[in-house]
Design a protein around this ligand. Structure first.
Ligand code: ATP
Ligand code: MG
Length: 415
């Protein structure tokens, strides 16, 4: 994409009321725009990153056997009354229409997916199965000060699995730990993301969170020195030793919950009477698990982990583009012609090979400003073409975050 065509611009300052680093950087670099507290638009650059993250998650969910669906956001009040959450979920948005009918805006989807499953699950032969969606959620978050880490409208991947007994659920739940690990590794935060024991509510002893260590985190975890599995602060008071290996020494870290997995068992199948006929003819309750990841939160976490004083440093797998070509134009008309021709040629050659490239072809912007913008936007590889590099028939190739790049023969760079 040519940068001169991009409708958004970088900004020197972030809005004054935006205190979170992820939102400050993403707004300044033109990845997101804030509509109101906790509500953001993904702009072209931000949406490219979002889609890369979404694709990685979708691939892993499909590999795990999930079938993708898309459920609605407008939920009948009765469904939420059935589970008791119409009254107990404090952050639920409730809307009344002109005929006084009440609906909930989906904060999560057990209230929709369970009655849906009930229409198709009749016998043990229908189990196990899993569905998931990537879809908007609405929650009246009281503290919406963490930028895109805590939205009032945000996009979540929510995955639901259905099983005939606890053993089948437990086996699948173990498998999902590995699937989640793979996702966080692929997006570039694997090393900093800890499988974390959290409280399981009334149905299970534990649930598990995936917590990414960073000072921007709202959570506190204790990482076991022996096995690197963590415990959330909220259970740490009852749990003195590591539930995984028995270790007793922990390191305290601030962290962001990027995902979680939960054995729901019959918490939601009971109120909707979701049962199946077993081989012996008896009716049994369906066992469920649920598995969430916030896509915006994950994107914001990556920014919190990978930045410096000049801007964002995207891991390659989720970067909006692979390379950022900066053309440094000359006042000398002849030399300038060559700069334009070579930069155009590299741009087209990389594109024809399927490499995502961003091309700073803006004419009225100084070289210093182009470099600053490139640092702010954070594409992993910067390719500089100038009078100086062309004297050596070269381009300067620089990794984001490096001060000095290396000269590469221009014919070699884009063959
Ligand atoms: P938190 O404790 O941070 O409020 P939660 O326990 O309410 O999270 P879940 O309801 O389990 O979260 O949602 C699953 C995932 O959705 C979370 O792990 C997180 O990645 C994401 N998520 C939850 N709330 C938000 C939000 N307000 N904005 C963005 N992502 C969110
Ligand atoms: Mg919450």
């Amino acid at each position: 994409m040519r940068q001169s065509q991009l409708f958004t611009k970088t900004r020197k300052e972030a809005p004054k009321d935006e205190v979170a680093k992820n939102a400050q950087l993403l707004i300044r670099a033109g990845f997101v725009d804030k509509l109101q507290a906790g509500v953001y638009t993904y702009l072209p650059l931000g949406f490219l990153v979002f889609k890369k993250i979404e694709n990685i998650i979708r691939e892993e969910m499909n590999k795990a056997g999930g079938q993708e669906i898309l459920m609605p956001s407008l939920h009948p009040k009765e469904n939420w009354e059935k589970t008791g959450r119409w009254d107990t979920m404090d952050d639920l948005y409730k809307v009344k229409d002109s005929s006084e009918r009440e609906n909930a805006l989906g904060a999560t989807h057990e209230e929709v997916v369970v009655p849906l499953a009930k229409k198709f699950i009749h016998s043990y032969k229908d189990l196990p199965f899993s569905v998931y969606q990537i879809q908007n959620k609405f929650r009246m978050e009281l503290r919406a000060k963490s930028g895109i880490l805590r939205g009032r409208e945000f996009i979540m991947k929510d995955f639901y699995s259905f099983h005939k007994d606890e053993k089948d659920l437990a086996d699948f739940y173990e498998k999902m730990k590995g699937v989640y690990k793979a996702i966080f590794e692929r997006v570039g935060i694997g090393e900093k993301t800890y499988l974390t024991f959290a409280s399981g509510g009334s149905f299970s002893k534990y649930s598990h969170e995936f917590q990414t260590a960073t000072d921007a985190g709202e959570d506190i975890i204790y990482v076991c020195n022996k096995c690197s599995i963590a415990i959330n602060k909220e259970i740490k008071s009852e749990q003195k030793s590591c539930p995984e290996c028995g270790g007793e020494n922990f390191e305290e870290k601030k962290s962001i919950e990027v995902g979680n997995i939960f054995e729901l068992k019959t918490r939601y199948s009971d109120p909707f009477e979701l049962t199946y006929k077993d081989e012996d003819g008896s009716d049994k309750p369906v066992m469920m698990g649920c598995y969430g990841i916030g896509l915006g939160r994950l994107l914001g976490t990556i920014v919190e982990v990978y930045n410096d004083e000049n801007g964002i440093i995207w891991p390659e797998a989720v970067a909006p583009f692979k390379a950022h070509i900066l053309a440094f134009y000359s006042k000398d008309e002849e030399k300038n012609k060559r700069i334009v021709a070579e930069a155009d040629r590299i741009y087209e050659s990389l594109q024809s090979k399927g490499v995502d490239v961003f091309y700073d072809d803006r004419k009225d912007i100084s070289f210093g400003e182009k470099l600053k913008d490139a640092d702010l936007i954070g594409i992993p590889e910067v390719v500089i073409i100038s009078e100086k590099t062309l004297e050596k028939d070269s381009v300067e190739v620089k990794k984001r975050g490096e001060r000095q790049g290396k000269l590469v023969n221009i014919k070699e760079y884009a063959k």
